[in-house]
Write a protein that binds this ligand. Sequence first.
Ligand SMILES: *[C@@H]1O[C@H](CO)[C@@H](O)[C@H](O)[C@H]1NC(C)=O
Ligand SMILES: *[C@@H]1O[C@H](CO)[C@@H](O)[C@H](O)[C@H]1NC(C)=O
Ligand SMILES: *[C@@H]1O[C@H](CO)[C@@H](O)[C@H](O)[C@H]1NC(C)=O
Ligand SMILES: *[C@@H]1O[C@H](CO)[C@@H](O)[C@H](O)[C@H]1NC(C)=O
Length: 422
Amino acid sequence: MLLYKACSLYAPFILCIFIPLISSEICNKLQNTSLLLQAQNKQFLSIAAGAEKFSLELFTKIADVAGNADFMISPFSVWALLLLLMEAAAGNTLNELRTVLHINQDRDVLRQAFNVVQQFLQRKTPTVQVENLQAMYYDAYEQISHDYKSTLTSCYSARVQHLNFNNTKATVNAINNAISTETKGLITNAISEDYIIDANLLLTSTLYFKGQWQFPFDRNDTHRETFYDMNGIPIGEVDMMFQMTPFNYTSMPDLQAHVLQLPYGNENRLCMLAVLPNKGISVAQVAHNLQTLGIQSIFRKLQEDALSYDEQEVEVYLPRFNTATTFPLRGSLEQLGLREIFNPQLVNFNILSKRLYVKDVVQSTKIIVNEDGTEAAAVASAILTNKISPPKFYFNRPFLYLIAEKQSGALLFAGQLASPKL
Ligand SMILES: *[C@@H]1O[C@H](CO)[C@@H](O)[C@H](O)[C@H]1NC(C)=O
Ligand SMILES: *[C@@H]1O[C@H](CO)[C@@H](O)[C@H](O)[C@H]1NC(C)=O
Ligand SMILES: *[C@@H]1O[C@H](CO)[C@@H](O)[C@H](O)[C@H]1NC(C)=O
Ligand SMILES: *[C@@H]1O[C@H](CO)[C@@H](O)[C@H](O)[C@H]1NC(C)=O
């Protein structure tokens, strides 16, 4: 599912005018009940389950076409972006968004749920940091509905700015600078002039994550080692990190994979699930299985198995890696059933403006995994051997990884490592 939260840093936007529109009546503020109570609310659970479903469907679609290429997406940021579009949509366009996002609730409930998720995800501790920010940039000459702007600012804490889109270069620079600031310099050139040339409005959802491993790897134990493809053919060398620690792990026959849980920080909420497909099984196949099983099934199985392993150490070999990808999501989203938003004849964004449709949805992501932890922006299996020798997790062939929040099941990032830069 989904995730997250955030908002603390507003960058100085030199070229832009920041228009704060706070109109709190539009958005029913959260009642003052504990977050947990909210999170146990049936409607919230249903929205969260829908978000998880959408996240895994999107991940599977992309894994299907990725082949041997490394990639990473942030299902959460795509979900958040689509919520912003949903606020603009009416008629059948709205129905399509509801169907694809698996949402049957009213807008009010959805806005509250978004707030709860955000508060769950929002973290700023010395060891874990999560930030999510929404923004809308529109051409000063475009007529944008005042209500839409108010909804974004008051219900989604979005930053709304108008720019002179005729000056393509300045607009691109302003937006890229904002994204770079929001992602702490990880993503510097998300938008190119091609995107802006005939555009009038841009919506963004950025997600930044930085987490220190609860159990860091020792640099002295990192060595050059061979990495293989799924058929066991060597494809090069990686810097393979190593440690022996009583991590939680599990084997899931239905998933056709082993899962290792690598926690971040000390709160036991955010973790990387490193998923190693069984021999001969592709990452795409495991993604399909995961779509059926759901993320919570992994957390449940890990919890059950934790009781029986009783602090048994496992050997973990995980490559240091660094993946940056940018790709259009339009094709994948259309395949998931989202068509009208891309169709100028059929689209109904009347709440926002009668003239706008979506040209494309693009995702840029970057992840850096090293001995200390993980830093990721935009946007696991374990092998059980017999209990005599320590179980070994050798991530020296294609594997997938998911960064998730336990309480809400929010899937912050999901990717595969198949051909690390060698
Ligand atoms: C919410 O309730 C708690 C406990 O009753 C109280 O301490 C807190 O100040 C309240 N927060 C707000 C924003 O009213
Ligand atoms: C931008 O270009 C359009 C069409 O060429 C023109 O009508 C409009 O006045 C221009 N706006 C600015 C601020 O230059
Ligand atoms: C790693 O190796 C360096 C140089 O040999 C040594 O000074 C350092 O103490 C070692 N670190 C650990 C944690 O063993
Ligand atoms: C393993 O799981 C148990 C139960 O959820 C948890 O208390 C423990 O902290 C976990 N251990 C690690 C190393 O993640």
